[in-house]
Write a protein that binds this ligand. Structure first.
Ligand code: SAM
Length: 209
C-alpha cells in the first residue's frame, strides 16, 4: 500500500508517534556514530553509479538516511518502506521538499509479499533495522525477499550492529561480521564486500548478478 497525502494526514496513533519522536530525538542527540555511516552510504553509491538511480530504503524510520542520500546523490526515485506509519509521518515532514521523487510504503519486511507492486530498484539500503526482528536466523529469508526487488547488477547496502566489543552481546539477535557476510551470500547475492566497520556497526555492499 502506498501512503498518499491523505493517509499521512490520518496519522499513526499518538502513542506510536510519541515513541517514534522519542527514538528520533535520541538518535539526533546520541547517534554521533551515524554520520560516519551516512557518508559511507553516500560515497559508496556515488562510486557505484554515475547516472540517476532508484532507491528503496527498508526500515527507513524518520528519513535521516533518505535525506542525506537525496541531498548528496543523483536520485530519480526514493521509496521509504517501514512498518510504522508514525515514522513515515516524521519522514514525510523532513522530506517535504522532495515530494516529487519520494514515496512511502507501510509494510513488514517479514512478510513474503511485502514488496509486491514496487518494481525493481538500482539500490536497496537498510540501516539499523534488520536486528529489529530480534532473531538473526530470519535474516536469510528477509534478504531473499530483498534480492527480488533489486535489478540485475544492482546493490544491497546494509548497515547494522555486530557482535563484539565495541558492539553487541546478544548472539541470538545480532550477527558477527562473518555471519553478516555469510547471510548475504546464502541469500543469493554474488558478492558481499565490507565497506566499513566502526564503533560496533558494519556496512556491507552486496551485488546481485
Ligand atoms: C532502529 S530504527 C532505524 C530507522 C532508520 N533506518 C534510521 O537508521 O534512522 C528501525 C526501523 O525499522 C522499522 N521496522 C522494524 N521492524 C520492521 C519490519 N518488520 N518491517 C519494516 N520496518 C520495520 C521500525 O519501524 C523503525 O523505523
Amino acid at each position: 500500500m502506498k501512503i498518499t497525502k491523505q493517509d499521512l494526514s490520518q496519522k499513526g496513533s499518538s502513542k506510536n508517534l510519541k515513541k517514534a519522536q522519542k527514538w528520533e530525538k535520541r538518535m539526533i542527540e546520541k547517534g554521533h556514530y551515524r554520520e560516519h555511516f551516512f557518508k559511507a552510504f553516500a560515497d559508496q553509491i556515488n562510486k557505484l553509479f554515475d547516472t540517476p538511480i532508484t532507491v528503496l530504503e527498508i526500515g527507513s524510520g524518520p528519513g535521516h538516511l533518505a535525506e542525506r542520500l537525496i541531498q548528496t546523490n543523483k536520485i530519480k526515485k526514493y521509496t521509504l518502506f517501514d512498518l510504522s506509519k508514525s515514522m513515515h509521518q516524521i519522514a514525510s515532514k523532513r522530506l517535504n521538499k522532495y515530494q516529487s521523487i519520494t514515496e512511502y510504503k507501510v509494510g513488514s519486511f517479514l512478510e513474503k509479499h511485502c514488496f509486491e507492486g514496487l518494481g525493481q530498484y538500482d539500490v536497496v539500503v537498510c540501516m539499523q533495522s534488520i536486528h529489529e526482528v530480534r532473531d538473526k536466523t530470519l535474516a536469510v529469508e528477509i534478504y531473499k525477499n530483498i534480492i527480488n526487488v533489486i535489478k540485475l547488477n544492482g546493490y544491497f547496502l546494509v548497515c547494522d550492529f555486530v557482535i563484539g566489543n565495541p558492539g553487541m552481546k546478544d548472539t541470538g539477535m545480532y550477527m558477527t561480521e562473518a555471519e553478516q557476510k555469510d547471510t548475504l551470500l546464502k541469500s543469493g547475492f554474488t558478492s558481499a564486500k565490507l565497506i566499513t566497520n566502526q564503533l560496533g556497526l558494519t556496512l556491507y555492499a552486496a551485488q546481485k548478478q
